[in-house]
Design a protein around this ligand. Structure first.
Ligand SMILES: Cc1cc2nc3c(=O)[nH]c(=O)nc-3n(C[C@H](O)[C@H](O)[C@H](O)COP(=O)(O)OP(=O)(O)OC[C@H]3O[C@@H](n4cnc5c(N)ncnc54)[C@H](O)[C@@H]3O)c2cc1C
Length: 439
């Protein structure tokens, strides 16, 4: 079948293998010479693409929930959406969540995903108590920070390249309402946005949307959030209100998302944000997953798809670095249609993306010249000591990867021990030279 991940690029012909029990997963690993696990395909690029794909969403049972300690154990194909459906009414939330709930537990661990609170609470892997993994050689091992810690640091952020995660025990976070007290602050420039991040570094959630279509100043909206106490929440309900969402029926023609249309949208979004500046109560869905309300919004970019370029720069160099990068993008005349800025803390996983600094995620429509632009951005990012997020990558080259991920050799040593024949191989891992034999 033809398959692609969220950004619809690359689109490849592949065999998809489902399983519902561990014994079936083991059979698949014996049968296939080479394969890669895939959750819900919400990554942007080719990290979960290969000729043979082990598809995990059918392996999705809840195993246990310790309601005293807030420890949940699930099979790796369980989606965050299903987890939230069970835990929210019991007064628990995910300590870390990305901007969509349509991902699997295994995908969250393998990409070591981050949320709007990374600078305070770290990445998803920091909240994994322990996990069980089927190694490429057919052994089931348990790992955690105490048990097989080296393997644990290779699995969290390891992009499925050291084995198939079967299940995980994760620590949940207690909440007293499904509301977030949000503060929205309009900012006229990148400098102002960064000052707001610095001033509010001890707030739990922070994120900024930036307008990159208006040349020069990059105005934006800075949003802060804290969980409401039961007393201040608008109601006592522990399930977020159901809302009817939109759905994009098919790939739309390119002009729908033209530069002019996006410019008008950005200006409207900013004006509305300014008008609604200040405090408001947002339910968890609206605060954490605004894009999930429009199903298949990726189709807005048309059948050619789009690329998301997400990078992080060390904090001390972030301000001049981000300016240099945005100037460079402007000089190319290929502005991103969406730009989201966050502050990250440090991270321990060998291939985990975060480092203490600022991360910018930019959505670019597929256009001639885009590859050339992104290749030069790689150079700039790495010269500034930063790196590009593997879960959002479809095109980086091996040199850029090696420069951005200094622990790659240690990762390959561990992969060599667990997967000497490179059974776990994706299109991305081939492109980046992430293979045990090369080590
Ligand atoms: C709208 C949107 C917003 C997003 N926001 C964020 C964000 O804020 N922060 C962030 O960090 N990410 C974000 N992402 C990216 C997304 O969270 C990650 O790409 C995540 O890994 C996707 O999980 P998945 O289950 O879809 O896995 P896939 O995309 O299918 O796979 C991702 C990686 O996980 C591996 N994998 C999957 N399951 C297993 C398993 N059982 N065992 C071993 N390896 C496995 C795959 O091999 C692959 O390398 C966003 C994506 C979208 C579409």
């Amino acid at each position: 079948m033809v398959i692609a991940n969220w950004n619809s690029y690359p689109r490849i012909e592949a065999n998809l293998w489902d399983f519902r029990a561990e014994a079936e997963a083991l059979e698949l690993l014996h049968k296939l010479d080479s394969c890669i696990p895939r959750g819900m395909g919400r990554s942007y690029g080719d990290c979960s693409l290969a000729s043979h794909i082990i598809s995990t969403p059918g392996f999705n049972r809840f195993i246990s929930l310790d309601q005293e300690q807030g420890i949940l154990e699930c099979e790796a194909g369980t989606s965050l959406k299903d987890i939230l459906r069970v835990i929210l009414p019991l007064g628990w939330f995910l300590p870390v969540t990305p901007g969509t709930k349509y991902i699997t537990l295994g995908g969250a661990i393998a990409s070591d995903v981050h949320g709007k609170n990374h600078h305070i609470h770290g990445a998803f892997g920091s909240h994994v108590h322990s996990l069980r993994m089927l190694t490429p050689q057919g052994e089931v091992i348990t790992c955690s920070r105490e048990q097989n810690p080296e393997v644990f640091s290779a699995v969290c952020g390891g992009m499925g390249l050291v084995g198939l995660i079967l299940s995980a025990r994760i620590r949940l976070m207690p909440i007293h309402s499904v509301y977030i007290r949000q503060k929205t602050i309009p900012a006229g420039s990148l400098d102002q946005l960064m000052e707001l991040f610095e001033l509010n570094e001890d707030c739990t959630y922070s994120v900024a949307w930036m307008d990159c279509l208006s040349r020069g100043q990059n105005p934006g909206l800075f949003m802060l959030g804290e969980h409401c106490t039961a007393k201040e929440a608008p109601d006592r309900n522990l399930s977020p209100p159901e809302r009817a969402g939109l759905s994009i029926p098919g790939h739309l023609p390119g002009w729908v998302l033209s530069r002019a249309a996006l410019k008008a949208f950005n200006s409207l979004y900013y004006t509305r944000g300014r008008a609604n500046a200040g405090y408001s109560f947002q339910d968890l869905e609206s605060f954490f997953y605004p894009l999930d309300r429009v199903q298949h919004w990726n189709r807005l970019y048309g059948s050619k798809g789009f690329l998301q370029y997400q990078f992080v720069l060390p904090k001390e160099d972030s301000r001049p670095g981000l300016k240099r990068i945005l100037d460079h993008i402007n000089s190319f005349g290929l502005p991103p249609y969406l730009a989201v800025l966050k502050l990250l803390g440090s991270q321990k996983g060998l291939l985990s993306f975060p480092m203490r600094g600022y991360t910018l995620a930019l959505d670019f429509p597929m256009k001639p010249g885009l590859t050339a632009l992104l290749n030069t951005l790689d150079q700039l990012v790495h010269d500034l000591g930063g790196r590009v997020y593997l879960a959002k990558d479809a095109r980086m080259n091996q040199n850029s990867f090696i420069r951005g991920y200094p622990e790659n050799r240690r990762f390959l040593e561990i992969k060599h021990g667990l997967d000497p024949d490179n059974k776990m191989t994706s299109l991305q891992s081939k492109r980046l030279g992430l293979c045990a034999k090369a080590y």
